[in-house]
Design a protein around this ligand. Structure first.
Ligand SMILES: Cc1cc2nc3c(=O)[nH]c(=O)nc-3n(C[C@H](O)[C@H](O)[C@H](O)COP(=O)(O)OP(=O)(O)OC[C@H]3O[C@@H](n4cnc5c(N)ncnc54)[C@H](O)[C@@H]3O)c2cc1C
Length: 422
């Protein structure tokens, strides 16, 4: 028996377990997945939980429910990978040999990276919504908060779902309007980028929406520390932004097991070929999803697109064929803009998001980079698609793994070089 080992049973690891189990002969290949958790979270729902739009139980299900039959699941923290001996060591002392390894350990928040963030004010007047516990604590806070300065803040890039902080600001505007207290809330969006988003055309559109909703924007803010006694964030240039309630996206980092294995970059992301998804660590080690250092968005939709190319490439590797360098960084994301509307963006490494129609060129029915109710319903439908199609590795109808250039109004905006992460 040969052994395929998958580290992480989140979005990407679960999809790969399904795809590889259907491709590999069970008489020749065993498949094992390892994860420290027993619960699978629908992370896009963390955006809605603070506003009481989703309830906690809609966002979590047992991990085992999504492990396909014929795949072993080990619930245990991973200690480290030893590429030289093709072995993974678990924290309980077990060692797992492999012929092929897929790293899908994702990324998590690291609030300890910024001085003063994890002090006594953490989850009192400083919150995150990138974790289940954080989003739930913020929901409780927002239920009783009676207004003041709300600052939505990104520490540094890359972060998973780079549009989520903007969506949070838009939803906050909508939430306070509905509660009849918008005039008692000063909303500020603070970013290390030079604009609202990483790509120019979307930045213009989103910047306009921020102004329309009276959300002040502070750009180029490289945070140095949080002064929780004075309730302000301070950047390296001495700029200060005061807050009553800080909703921050802390630094996102790959897992410490990658650091212990000795091959991560300075944020513990795995050096990975952006087109084949083979790692630069060793030829029998592949990586997918948020764990990689590829300059695509860190998003569930991206992990799904990557899985179609990666499963093909693993089969080619086993058959001794050259790998296909086909992953183009395709990302597809709804951006909730509040008041029951949303935008949709579709882009890749070389083409920024522009206006157009999706998924059928010229027909739609979804409109790209334009607010609509239909897009909002698309965002809500994504939860069903996630649990029932995406996680099980099914192809999403009419959406290809690589980006379709048809139906998009590129005009002069086609960017021939990438413009940063996500
Ligand atoms: C607020 C928010 C909103 C989002 N919105 C969207 C959206 O609208 N659309 C979209 O496509 N994406 C969205 N995303 C992003 C999406 O959820 C992630 O990109 C996706 O889950 C990445 O999948 P992954 O498998 O790489 O990582 P994960 O799903 O995070 O899985 C990683 C797994 O590895 C396990 N693991 C890590 N280290 C170890 C270890 N040492 N030992 C054992 N197990 C380990 C973890 O327990 C985890 O289960 C959002 C994310 C957030 C936080």
């Amino acid at each position: 028996m040969r052994r395929l080992l998958i580290l992480g049973a989140g979005t990407a690891g679960t999809i790969m377990a399904h795809r590889m189990r259907s491709l590999l002969d069970p008489k020749e290949w065993s498949i094992t997945t390892v994860d420290q958790r027993k619960t699978h979270y629908y992370q896009p729902g963390f955006l809605f939980l603070p506003f009481d739009i989703y309830r906690p139980k809609q966002l979590r299900k047992p991990i085992r429910k999504f492990i396909p039959s014929g795949v072993e699941f080990i619930r245990q923290p991973i200690d480290r990978i030893d590429p030289a001996s093709d072995m993974v060591f678990l924290q309980d002392g077990r060692s797992l040999p492999y012929d092929i390894l897929i790293i899908a350990t994702g990324t998590d928040i690291a609030p300890q990276e910024v001085e003063g963030m994890c002090g006594p004010a953490w989850r009192r007047d400083i919150f995150d919504f990138y974790t289940f516990d954080g989003a739930k604590a913020l929901r409780d806070k927002l239920r009783e908060w009676d207004g003041g300065r709300l600052v939505v803040h990104i520490c540094e890039m890359p972060i998973k779902c780079p549009v989520a902080p903007l969506e949070f600001a838009f939803l906050a505007d909508s939430f306070f309007h509905e509660k009849g207290m918008r005039d008692r809330v000063e909303l500020t969006f603070v970013t290390p980028l030079s604009g609202a988003f990483t790509k120019p055309t979307a930045t213009e559109k989103l910047g306009h929406l921020l102004r329309e909703k009276r959300i002040e924007v502070v750009t180029d803010f490289a945070i140095e520390r949080v002064d929780h006694a004075e309730q302000k964030i301070v950047d390296y240039g001495g700029k200060e932004v005061p807050y009553d309630l800080l909703v921050t996206i802390p630094t996102n980092m790959g897992d410490a097991a990658i650091e212990r294995s000795g091959f991560g970059d300075d944020l513990n992301f795995v050096p990975t070929d952006r087109a084949t998804l083979q790692t630069q660590v060793k030829e029998n080690i592949f990586a997918i999803g948020d764990a990689t250092n590829v300059p695509a968005s860190k998003a569930g939709s991206v992990a799904h697109f990557e899985s179609e190319i990666l499963s093909d490439n693993i089969m080619r590797y086993i058959e001794g064929k050259p790998l296909k360098d086909e992953f183009d960084g395709h990302a597809n994301c709804f951006i909730e803009t509040g008041h029951g509307k949303a935008l949709l963006i579709d882009f890749n490494y070389t083409h920024e998001p522009v206006e157009g129609t999706f998924p059928f060129p010229g027909v739609g029915p979804l409109r790209l980079l334009r607010e609509s109710r239909m897009n909002h319903y698309g965002k809500l439908a994504f939860r069903w698609i996630y649990w029932h199609l995406l996680l099980r590795g099914h192809h999403i109808p009419f959406v290809s793994a690589t980006m379709d250039e048809r139906g998009k109004n590129f005009g002069n905006t086609v960017s021939s070089k990438e413009s940063g992460h996500g």
